[in-house]
Each structure stands twice: as C-alpha cells, then as structure tokens.
Design a protein around this ligand. Structure first.
Ligand SMILES: NC(=O)c1ccc[n+]([C@@H]2O[C@H](COP(=O)([O-])OP(=O)(O)OC[C@H]3O[C@@H](n4cnc5c(N)ncnc54)[C@H](O)[C@@H]3O)[C@@H](O)[C@H]2O)c1
Length: 295
C-alpha cells in the first residue's frame, strides 16, 4: 500500500445521499485521503454504492496490476443512521433534487453537525433559497459537481447571499484538496450549466417525440457535427431522466413555468421507470453491457 500523505488525511467528511452523485463524491473524498461517512435512507442504494465503489477500485488494479494501490474504499463507512454524521469537519449533501427533501436534510444537519460548512450539490435550486430554511445560512455553499464526478475536474461554485467568507474559503480549500478546479457562478436557478443544458435535453427529447430524428440520430448530430463527447439523450440517461425532469420542474418553480415544461418523451420514460443507466434502460438499453437505442 502507498505511504504517500494525502491532503484529507486525518479529517472526516460526511456525504449525504448515495445515488449517482453521492457515489462519485464519496470516491473523490476517499481517494484524497478523507475518512468518509456516507449515509442514505435507502439500503439498496447504499448496497449499490458499495458495489460501484469496489468496482472503481478494481478497475485501478486491472489498469495497473503491478502498481501500488491505496485501499481507498476502506476509508468509506456506509449506513442509514444519520447520527454517524456527528463530528464531521464538512458535509456534502447530494440528496434527490426536491426542495422538500433537501430542506429536511439541511434542518437535520442543523442538529447533527452545526458550525461546519455544508456543500450543497444541486442541479438547479438556488442556494440562498435552500439556506434560508436553515438555522445558519452562512455555512451553505453550492458546489455543482459534474457527472461522473471522478472524471470531471471542474465544478460550479455558488455563494448564497448569506454565505460567510470563512465557510466559502473552507469549501474552496476542500475543493483544492480533492483536486477540483471551479468557476464562480451567481446564485441563479440552474447556474450556467443547467440553465442551458436542461433545455437542450428537453428539446432533444421533443425532436424525437415529433419524429424529426431518432434517438441515435439526435445524439450523433451532437457528437459528430458539434464534437461533443456525448449527445443530450445519452447524457440524460447518465444523469438520470428522473433527475432531469425534477430539474426542469425546479426551473419551472424558480424561473418560468412554460419555458421549462418537461417534454412528453421525458415524462413517459419516468412514468415507465426507464430512468437511464442506473436502472439499465432509458433512451438506450444497457442491460447487455453495450448501449443501444430502444426500439
Ligand atoms: N445526476 C447528475 O448527473 C447530477 C449532476 C450534478 C448534480 N446533481 C444533483 O445532485 C443531487 C443528487 O443527484 P443524484 O443524481 O445523485 O440523485 P439520485 O436520485 O441518484 O440519488 C439521490 C439519493 O438521495 C437519497 N436520499 C433521498 N432522501 C434522503 C435523505 N433524507 N437522507 C439521505 N439520503 C436521501 C436517495 O435514496 C438517493 O440514493 C441532486 O440535487 C441533483 O440535482 C445531479
């Protein structure tokens, strides 16, 4: 095992939510040397997170069979009992993109770990609004991580109106310690990325629905004409079609009801439970291990 010292060594952070983003955030923190307490209300999601994290460590070993490997997954402690969060030096909240769910978790953090910075990972919801439902808005800092977290070096950082310099600086130091760079962004719904990208996904789904092109056709235009690494519908499957629809609803709540109305193609996939890669099917099917468009 490597003996190199790591920036996070000696500190414990809490990660709340073990879904698509919480898994990646926990991985980045553990790789940087932090002890991580990962909590979720759903035991199945926690078990899936454990599998995903062990697979990520296995991929390291397969890529470099002769190298020295830090056993970073051993630094992650999983559980449904949120009192484990007591005593952490920083919390990263990654729960479902729903204002009620997020504010309930934030109020619980008021009780469990007062005084420490709270990093809110949200696709769309303004940080000032979320922080306003808690006892100490000064400690809330928005960090919009990109998916997959370990592969994306850049994040959007959002200060709420009442965020203190002390907590903002602590979060920036933390981001440095896990190797992330950032773009400061104003506290505007959807920030830069999703104010634009959610409308792109929504329009792409609508073009499929109205027969302008099929799923693969739309994605190929983005990949092969624009040079994007992924098309918008592949991206929707990666994000989670349910999270895309929730994000559009939040843009409706905070910006404009008509402009962000989720397209029929998106809502149908959510109603059918075909929410993307996480469940093996969305705009594409993944069960065979190789993505292919649904017929
Ligand atoms: N998916 C993406 O590509 C992406 C990218 C950037 C930001 N985000 C944002 O990150 C956040 C998490 O998104 P995700 O894609 O990981 O969602 P997800 O649906 O995959 O996971 C959310 C997790 O939160 C858990 N949860 C719900 N209520 C909880 C509670 N009270 N306590 C503890 N855990 C609870 C759920 O059980 C679930 O495991 C959302 O706000 C989302 O908008 C998502």
């Amino acid at each position: 095992m490597s003996t190199t010292s790591r920036p996070g060594e000696g500190s414990r952070v809490g990660v709340v939510g073990a879904g698509v983003m919480g898994i990646g955030v926990a991985e980045e923190c553990a790789r940087a040397g932090y002890a991580v307490t990962l909590v979720d209300v759903d035991r199945e999601r926690l078990a899936a997170a454990g599998d995903a994290l062990r697979r990520a460590a296995l991929v390291d070993r397969l890529r470099d069979p002769k190298g020295e490997h830090d056993n970073w997954p051993a630094r992650i402690d999983f559980g449904t009992d949120d009192t484990r969060l007591t005593g952490v030096s920083l919390v990263l909240e990654n729960v479902t993109e729903d204002p009620g769910t997020k504010t309930a978790v934030h109020r619980r953090l008021d009780e469990l770990c007062p005084g420490v910075p709270v990093v809110v990972n949200t696709s769309v919801i303004p940080i000032t609004w979320l922080a306003g439902h808690t006892e100490d808005p000064s400690r809330f800092v928005g960090v919009h991580f990109m998916n997959p977290v370990p592969a994306k070096p850049l994040v959007e950082v959002i200060r709420g109106e009442l965020t203190s310099d002390e907590h903002a600086d602590a979060v920036l130091d933390f981001l440095r310690s896990i190797g992330k760079d950032w773009v400061p962004v104003a506290d505007s719904p959807g920030f830069v990325s999703n104010a634009i990208f959610m409308t792109v996904i929504n329009s792409a789904a609508e073009l499929v629905e109205t027969g302008v092109a099929d799923v693969e056709g739309v994605d190929r235009v983005f990949r092969e004409c624009f040079g994007h690494p992924m098309g918008p519908l592949e991206s929707a499957d990666l994000i989670g079609v349910d999270t895309v629809v929730r994000s559009l609803h939040m843009l409706q709540k905070f910006v404009d009801v008509g402009r962000y109305e989720p397209s029929v193609g998106l809502t149908r996939l959510v109603d059918e439970g075909r929410v993307g890669r996480r469940v093996g099917e969305g705009f594409y099917q993944y069960a065979s291990g190789r993505a292919g468009a649904r017929s």
